[in-house]
Design a protein around this ligand. Structure first.
Ligand code: UD2
Length: 319
């Protein structure tokens, strides 16, 4: 099968591309390298077609779409606080860019588009866990753009018969998540704090909770969403079904690393949700999704990955 992965040089994208290649599929990656890195594709670079370009340019998207059967649309401007700071840029990439991908997919007659949606669509609805039937109520520009992407995908199903599935990712973390930006995911940052022995900063009291989901689980969901029958037009939660507070993640990292660090508490961030936890019943039933990696195991593997990628090959101790 031939896949186009937008954002395929990024964190979730490159992990997905690895698995597609492992399964023998033909893969085109479209990525503007604004947050993705060609390095993420180093091991499989000669097995894929890489195109540097942005989803905001429809002609580039059309070219990348040539002969694609499935499109995994993962390219996005992530981060809630970045969207609060610059909503126009987040809108341009996440909404205009998604519309370009859908138009090009319609015209190229692809079999299905899988859209990377977000748990941020649920917003501050108090009920936990979040079920797909709850009315979305995003509280950040980022959450709005991700929800609009779902609506556009569904509308393309209705108006043009384009098959589509939206996956609401719940705080995906793991190897290759960039720890170095102010907008990086919290666990990438916390892992680096424990490696470098710097103080983790908590925005708020650290009692906010997330259904932190290891990236291998998201990769499994991505592939199933392309293949599963009778799911077009549906949205699925992709999480683990549990939740951990930030304070708990720091306790776990202390155990994993053998170091104790006192967090620094700062005021909460604008647009932040308090608690988030997925009900994954629908994804299990329709996609056969069964998250293979628990939070604790995923965190230990992630910490190991940052530790080993921090040590450059020439610095690595001799065996
Ligand atoms: C949102 C989505 C997530 C994904 C992501 C993409 C929710 C519930 N989740 O993640 O599914 O789409 O956006 O960017 O909307 N924090 C600290 N210290 C730090 C960094 C973060 O305390 O150094 C806090 C932050 O204030 C928040 C929590 O950690 O309460 C998680 O933040 P994040 O940026 O990792 O992810 P989040 O939940 O905004």
């Amino acid at each position: 099968m031939r896949y186009l992965v937008t954002g395929g040089a990024g964190f979730i994208g490159s992990n997905t591309v690895d698995e597609l290649v492992r399964r023998g599929h033909s893969v085109v990656v479209l990525d503007d390298l604004s947050s993705g890195k060609e390095d993420n594709l180093a091991e499989i670079r000669n097995k894929i077609t890489f195109m540097k370009g942005s989803i905001t340019d429809i002609e580039v998207v059309r070219k990348a779409m040539h002969e694609a059967e499935f499109v995994l649309h993962l390219a996005a401007r992530t981060s809630v606080p970045r969207s609060v700071k610059d909503p126009i840029e987040t809108n341009r990439i996440n909404i205009d860019g998604t519309l370009n991908v859908l138009v090009a997919a319609r015209d190229a007659k692809v079999k299905r588009v899988v859209f990377a949606a977000s748990s941020s669509a649920y917003g501050e609805t108090p009920t936990l866990p979040k079920v797909e039937t709850m009315p979305p109520a995003p509280i950040s520009p980022y959450g709005v753009t991700k929800f609009v992407g779902e609506l556009y995908a569904q509308t393309f199903g209705r108006c043009y018969g384009l098959e589509n599935v939206s996956l609401r990712y719940f705080n995906i973390f793991g190897p290759r998540q960039d720890p170095g930006s102010p907008y990086s995911g919290v666990l990438a940052k916390f892992c680096m704090c424990f490696l470098e022995e710097t103080q983790p900063v908590m925005f708020g009291d650290g009692e906010q909770s997330r259904d932190f989901t290891f990236v291998e689980n998201a990769v499994q969901a991505n592939l199933l969403a392309c293949e599963a029958p009778n799911v077009s037009g549906k949205t699925f939660n992709v999480g683990t079904g549990g939740r951990f507070t930030l304070n708990q993640t720091v306790e776990l990292l202390a155990k994993i690393s053998g170091k104790k660090l006192e967090p620094k508490y700062e005021p909460p961030r604008d647009g932040d949700i308090r608690d988030s936890q997925a009900d994954i019943t629908q994804a299990r039933a329709y996609l056969g999704y069964d998250p293979p990696v628990s939070f604790e195991e995923g965190l230990a593997r992630t910490f190991d990955w940052y530790r080993s990628s921090q040590t450059k090959p020439e610095e690595k101790p001799k065996e």
